[in-house]
Design a protein around this ligand. Structure first.
Ligand code: DGT
Ligand code: MG
Length: 612
């Protein structure tokens, strides 16, 4: 079932729809409560009968064991059905919460890149945990509570009417007042709780960010600043929490005064009636027992209405996430019979993350299958953005990109992403074993030799075997902490195992020294050559790099500046032109020459020292 179609803007309606598949169980839970309530009321009626007709009446003494059995039976029924109702309610609420949790987890990872760019992680965590828990409580306590209150009220009211209708009416005068007061508080508690949850999300986010950035905090010695920042947010949460609590604590005494007064009035009126002989002592005793059970639901109705607001607010917050559009992964009408060939044509492509702020403008170039295209340019010039358009992480706003002559937008995202391997600029590794990280991108069982071959090609095999558990070493908090270069190499190995037709290396070797980079490239090339089937060849590679050495081997070099192509051509062509490329080349070769000179002179100094 797609939960999204069942949700509604009206929280109560949405919550009701969420119960689909569980309504029968819930009905069972509520009916069990009704039986339990009826049995308890039966106990009071039996007590009245016992006092009036059996106590002190010798002729009726033989029915004493029967009465005892009656009390016992009613107690057992009350106990069994209360238990049954609790179990059924728990099952309903846990199942609904579990389903919701699974759904939102899956949903979040299917939302668009743009949504994730704009949404804070802490906010999403908050909605998938604490808000879902509030919804769970709604079903475990409040929804079942509503049934319970309703049934208790009805059963006891009928019994009271049967006992004495005047007494019954006296006992429920308070109902309209309680309901009015509950709605008054309901609105205030809703607002206070919403504000509280929002602040809670801010706090989760602050904590999450601080933990992710703990190294930066330490490196800049900003602990005190961070602590104060947290303190401010925490104080805000405290004040909002206090406001929420104040609402609750105001509600309770007022409601207690109302219901307490009602109970006292009921007892007094009943007592007067008993003294005047209008009702029997047994009836009074039954009444005294039952009046508590009619006041209790009235009192709790208010509490319930107030508490329901929290479930509804949380549900609204969850709905906001669930109603976000997913990235349509299968949308697209073109899938080639074989794999893609890798001919890209960019025609006047423009792109903006936010309207009015173009990041790429009028990009036009084309490449043949199997070519290496290098993207070079200053930081922020749009290289990563350009690469992100290929797997359709983002949609270009203007112009056209075709792959093998077909508009990119016609390929389903899932298919395209299966064909393209991206080594991200800041690769992310999971807290799993190294082997699991390397084989992350594929569903099949990857043979050990293949994992090792990929690691060797990415020049990370030697580092891996030096870890105590080799390929079974855990990455991250509980295992080894990898260096930036090792992470990049593992990310490369992961992409090699995926065996994509099109490769994007986004600054993938920036943390790797030049020598290793050459090694990795040679290994990659060897790997491509060794492929046996012709379809298994790497078609087109996009390399993003800052080093001239990394890009000079490319068939086509695209120089970007402020989102526009300023130069395009092969290494030789670009060197022959005045422009950015030659400037970068000159600077880098000069720096390298100076470095080399220094290294040689240091070497010579060392030699002369050792020969002395
Ligand atoms: P790099 O990696 O530092 O060498 O720089 P590039 O060339 O990879 O730059 P890129 O494409 O990441 O960013 C180009 C511009 O777009 C830059 O001004 C930052 C902006 N930008 C990047 N990612 C996002 C995003 O997710 N949202 C928005 N609004 N802007 C973004
Ligand atoms: Mg980048």
């Amino acid at each position: 079932m797609d939960l999204r179609n069942t949700l509604s803007d009206k929280p109560l309606m949405g919550l009701f729809r969420l119960m689909r598949d569980y309504r029968l169980i819930y009905l069972g839970a509520t009916l069990s409560l009704g039986v339990a309530a009826a049995a308890r009321t039966g106990t009071y009626l039996l007590l009245g009968q016992f006092v009036d007709n059996i106590l002190g009446n010798e002729s009726a003494a033989q029915s004493l064991p029967l009465v005892a059995l009656g009390f016992l039976g009613l107690a057992v029924v009350t106990g069994v059905f209360t238990f049954l109702s609790g179990t059924l309610a728990a099952r309903t609420s846990e199942s609904i919460a579990q389903r919701l949790r699974n759904y939102i987890y899956d949903h979040i990872q299917r939302l668009t890149f743009t949504y994730h760019d704009q949404t804070k992680t802490g906010e999403l965590i908050q909605r998938s945990t604490s808000d879902i828990d509030a919804v769970r409580r709604f079903f475990a306590e409040q929804a079942i509570g509503a049934g319970r209150i309703f049934l208790l009220f009805i059963v006891n009211l009928i019994a009271l009417l049967y006992l004495n209708w005047q007494l019954a009416l006296y006992s429920i005068i308070i109902v309209p007042f309680t309901i009015l007061m509950s709605f008054f508080f309901f609105q205030r508690v809703s607002k206070a709780y919403e504000a509280y949850q929002e602040q809670d999300a801010v706090l989760s986010n602050t904590l999450q960010e601080n933990l992710s950035g703990v190294r930066v905090v330490k490196a800049f010695a900003r602990q005190a600043y961070e602590r104060d920042k947290f303190d401010v947010e925490n104080w805000e949460k405290f004040t909002r929490g206090r406001r929420l609590l104040l609402m609750h604590s105001l509600y309770w005494p007022i409601s207690d005064i109302l219901t307490g007064g009602q109970m006292l009035a009921g007892f007094t009126i009943g007592a007067i009636m008993a003294i005047n002989g209008e009702i029997s002592v047994g009836t009074y005793l039954s009444y005294a027992g039952m009046v508590i059970w009619i006041i209790w639901p009235i009192r709790n109705l208010g509490r319930l209405i107030v508490q329901m607001s929290t479930g509804m607010v949380s549900f609204k917050r969850i709905t906001e996430v669930i109603q976000q559009e997913r990235e349509p992964l299968d949308e697209g009408d073109y899938i080639p019979g074989d794999c893609v060939q890798g001919k890209f044509v960019f025609d006047d492509v423009s792109f903006a993350y936010e309207e009015e702020n173009p990041v790429l403008q009028n990009i036009s170039f084309e490449c043949e299958p199997g070519q290496i295209i290098a993207l070079i340019g200053s930081t922020g010039s749009g290289k990563t953005t350009l690469a992100n358009l290929l797997p359709r992480f983002y949609e270009y706003t203007d112009g056209s990109i075709t792959l093998d002559g077909v508009e990119l937008k016609r390929y389903p995202r899932n298919y395209l992403r299966g064909q393209i391997g991206v080594v991200e600029q800041e690769p992310f590794l999971f807290s799993r074993t190294i082997r699991e990280n390397i084989t992350y991108g594929v569903d099949r069982q990857v043979p050990e030799e293949e994992v090792i071959a990929a690691a060797k090609a990415a020049a990370v095999h030697d580092s891996i075997v030096s870890f105590p558990n080799g390929y079974d070493t855990l990455v991250g908090e509980k295992g080894v902490t990898l260096s930036g270069g090792q992470k990049q190499r593992l990310a490369i190995a992961r992409t090699i195992v995926k065996d994509p037709r099109i490769l994007i290396l986004d600054d993938a070797t920036s943390s790797v020294d030049m020598e290793t980079e050459t090694e990795i490239r040679a290994a990659l090339e060897r790997l491509m050559e060794n492929r046996t089937t012709p379809s298994a060849q790497l078609r087109t590679s996009f390399i993003i790099a800052h080093r001239i050495q990394s890009v000079m081997i490319a068939d086509l070099i695209v120089v970007l500046d402020h989102g526009r192509i300023v130069q395009i051509g092969s290494h030789e062509e670009l060197l022959g032109q005045e422009g950015t490329y030659r400037v970068i080349f000159d600077i880098q070769t000069r720096i390298e020459a100076e470095l080399e000179k220094e290294i040689t002179s240091v070497g010579q100094d060392a030699q002369s020292v050792s020969t002395q």
